[in-house]
Design a protein around this ligand. Structure first.
Ligand code: SAM
Ligand code: 2KA
Ligand code: SF4
Ligand code: MG
Length: 238
């Protein structure tokens, strides 16, 4: 069945964010999202601008393309989007990767559940702070996190300002036993001026570190930049 809408397959690169930052990985980016974050760095997955690039693929098609692009140089695949948890059809891909000895990770915002999430090796759940313009459904988020209680899961909140930081504290307090990450927000996702962007992101990283180290509720949190943005700026497919 060619029923997985794919926008990008790329790598190997490194995971630039969160719980397995630095891990060599391939990426599969699916199309479509139930959110519309104001600052989304992958808005082309849902705003229509890349609709002609969407390919309806089968799990086997995706696996063949991963091998064609990555050769022998990968053993890990990250599925992102958009929101991949919109797609029940991804279960087949997750199974196929597992059968071939490939470990898997996923990026999702915790607004939807799929049973195949239980077969993913590293699940990153990233609820959205006020600056995104989105509202968190805490009932759904709690259901997702409860279902994943025996999985390797982490929470990652992108922070742009003080209000977002307060939201991040609240999320960490609600789910204290889940490894927690705050991530620098990129507020200029279109610039091609890497030098300017990188120096800005580093200043924002310093600001976020300052916030976290002076906050006792964040004693157990990890503070990270988007490593890929510091290396490649806003370039796509890295
Ligand atoms: C593009 S999203 C796709 C997966 C899923 N929809 C989600 O948001 O978790 C992947 C990750 O990028 C983060 N992200 C998106 N735009 C960002 C930005 N402008 N600055 C920093 N992180 C961003 C999201 O919060 C999420 O953790
Ligand atoms: N290198 C790299 N790391 C990432 N971590 C999360 C990404 C995403 O867009 O979901 C991403 C991405 O697009 N590239
Ligand atoms: S949930 Fe993720 S993909 Fe969807 S709009 Fe927000 S950041 Fe973008
Ligand atoms: Mg990204």
């Amino acid at each position: 069945m060619t029923n997985i809408p794919v926008l990008e397959i790329f790598g190997p690169t490194i995971q630039g964010e969160g719980m397995v930052i630095g891990q060599k990985t391939m990426f599969v980016r699916t199309a479509g999202c139930d959110y519309r974050c104001t600052w989304c760095d992958s808005a082309f997955t849902w705003d229509g601008t890349a609709k002609d690039l969407i390919r309806q693929m089968s799990a086997e098609d995706i696996w063949q393309e991963l091998k064609q692009i990555g050769g022998d140089n990968f053993s890990h695949v990250t599925i992102s989007g958009g929101n991949p948890a919109l797609l029940s059809s991804l279960g087949e891909l997750v199974l196929l990767l597992k059968e071939n000895g490939v470990t898997t990770a996923i990026e999702t915002q915790g607004s939807k559940w799929q049973d195949w999430l239980l077969a993913i090796d590293e699940v990153t759940v990233s609820p959205k702070p006020p600056s995104s313009g989105m509202e968190t459904n805490f009932t759904m988020l709690s259901t997702v996190l409860t279902n994943l209680k025996d999985s390797r899961v982490s929470l990652k909140v992108v922070v742009f300002d003080d209000t977002d930081f307060a939201y991040a504290k609240d999320i960490h307090a609600r789910y204290p036993h889940i490894p927690f990450f705050v991530q620098v927000g990129n507020d200029d996702v279109h610039t091609t001026d890497d030098t300017l962007l990188i120096s800005r992101l580093l200043r924002k990283y310093e600001w976020l570190i300052e916030k976290a180290v002076s906050c006792k509720e964040m004693n157990d949190a990890k503070v990270l930049p988007q490593l890929h943005a510091l290396v490649w700026g806003n370039k796509r497919g890295v």
